[in-house]
Design a protein around this ligand. Structure first.
Ligand SMILES: NC(=O)c1ccc[n+]([C@@H]2O[C@H](COP(=O)([O-])OP(=O)(O)OC[C@H]3O[C@@H](n4cnc5c(N)ncnc54)[C@H](OP(=O)(O)O)[C@@H]3O)[C@@H](O)[C@H]2O)c1
Length: 352
């Protein structure tokens, strides 16, 4: 089978390679999935460039050497190299090791959740419990993008920030697929969104989705616009995936007691702002990472989340716009397009 792998971290065009390798065999309780589709997400670039590895090396619980883990309990290791990128994706279960549940999945379309190998491969082996049957009414394309963005948008807005009706939410990266989901969630749940973007042309598109205000942060005075929209009160809820100066500006827009989540570093991962900007409104900045959030939920809460997100995808609220679908051999072009500005939807890799 063919796989896209990295043997070292670095620039995508230098380290990502298409290789031939033996088909993986499912062990007890595992299934083998024939992959169909996987999107190219910003997190895949973090995997390729070593962003997770560098962050985990700095984590206090990883002091002292040994394999890097996402948790102090050392139950969730960072995948060892060589590894494939691809955190999202779907395919069809083609074989199973032992186990009633694993065998029951054979022939079914599944969402592949957290395969240790990564998903940019023709065949992936993972525990059957991590292969979630695709809910009825969800297409292959939407199933391939089920986990990373829809679950994150839903969890941040409804479970962590718990944005109430009528409140303002300020978000950066406003043209991203995830931010579009937040806009549609706002329309559905009755909260108002201010979306920061970096190009003028996208405002009308976002307004059609239900955005209350779109601010071109590359040209406009963000703080003045937020002040105008909120009657100088500021916002009580924020979502930032850009970081750096954008986050520093967003902090200046916070109302007393505000709660802002940092969930991406598209513009850089260093932060510099006057601490008093945070003290004066006694605001809270908190990090959010989906695997950490999922790991902190029990089985019932995870099932509830998966069911709710599945319904919201089928209804369109948490759907992703589908961009160009590239066969896996054209991965270089797929990565180039997904890094460029103003793509028409999420770029996908096809493995069949
Ligand atoms: N923490 C988590 O668990 C988690 C989970 C899911 C996603 N995320 C994060 O969510 C963010 C959005 O993901 P996505 O898949 O929805 O993105 P996407 O659809 O691939 O779009 C990326 C967006 O980011 C904008 N962008 C790129 N570089 C930028 C920069 N330097 N400054 C300002 N804007 C920039 C692009 O603007 P243009 O449209 O103008 O090109 C585009 O709208 C990413 O940061 C991703 O890592 C985090």
């Amino acid at each position: 089978m063919r796989a896209l792998v990295i043997e070292r971290y670095g620039a995508p065009e230098e380290v990502l390679r298409l290789v031939e390798m033996p088909a993986p065999q499912p062990g007890p309780g595992e299934v083998r999935v024939r992959m169909r589709l996987s999107p190219v997400n910003p997190s895949d670039f973090n995997t390729i460039r070593g962003g997770y590895q560098q962050g985990l090396e700095r984590a206090i619980w990883n002091r002292g050497g040994g394999p890097l883990h996402f948790d102090p309990g050392r139950t969730r290791p960072l995948g060892a190299l060589p590894v494939s990128p691809g955190a999202d994706g779907m395919g069809v279960v083609e074989s199973a090791g032992s186990g009633w549940y694993a065998r029951r999945l054979v022939g079914r379309r599944v969402i592949v959740m957290g395969a240790p190998s990564g998903n940019w491969r023709e065949q992936v082996v993972l525990p059957a419990m991590q292969a979630m049957p695709v809910p009825d009414g969800v297409s292959d394309e939407q199933a391939a993008m089920f986990l990373v963005n829809p679950m994150t948008a839903w969890a941040m807005v409804t479970q962590v920030l718990k944005v109430p009706r009528g409140a303002w939410l300020l978000q950066s990266g406003g043209a991203s697929q995830l931010a579009r989901m937040v806009i549609r969630l706002g329309r559905r749940r009755g909260f108002r969104t201010i979306s920061l973007v970096r190009r003028a042309g996208v405002a009308a598109e976002l307004e059609r989705l239900g955005a209350d205000a779109v601010v071109d942060a590359s040209r406009e005075d963000v703080i003045a616009r937020v002040a105008g929209l909120t009657g100088n009160a500021g916002v009580r809820h924020g979502l930032d995936c850009v970081g750096a100066d954008t986050l520093a500006t967003m902090v200046r827009c916070l109302a007393p007691g505000a709660h802002l989540l940092c969930y991406g570093t598209l513009g850089g991962d260093m932060l510099h702002f006057p601490v008093r900007d945070l003290m004066l409104p006694a605001a809270r900045i908190e990090g959010f990472l989906l695997p950490q959030w999922i790991a902190g939920r029990g089985l019932a809460a995870r099932l509830h989340a998966a069911r709710t997100v599945g319904k919201l995808i089928a209804q369109g609220t948490l759907a992703s716009e589908v961009g160009t679908v590239y066969p896996m051999v054209e991965y270089a072009e797929a990565l180039r397009e997904s890094l460029g500005p103003a793509r028409g939807g999420k770029v996908l890799l096809s493995f069949s």
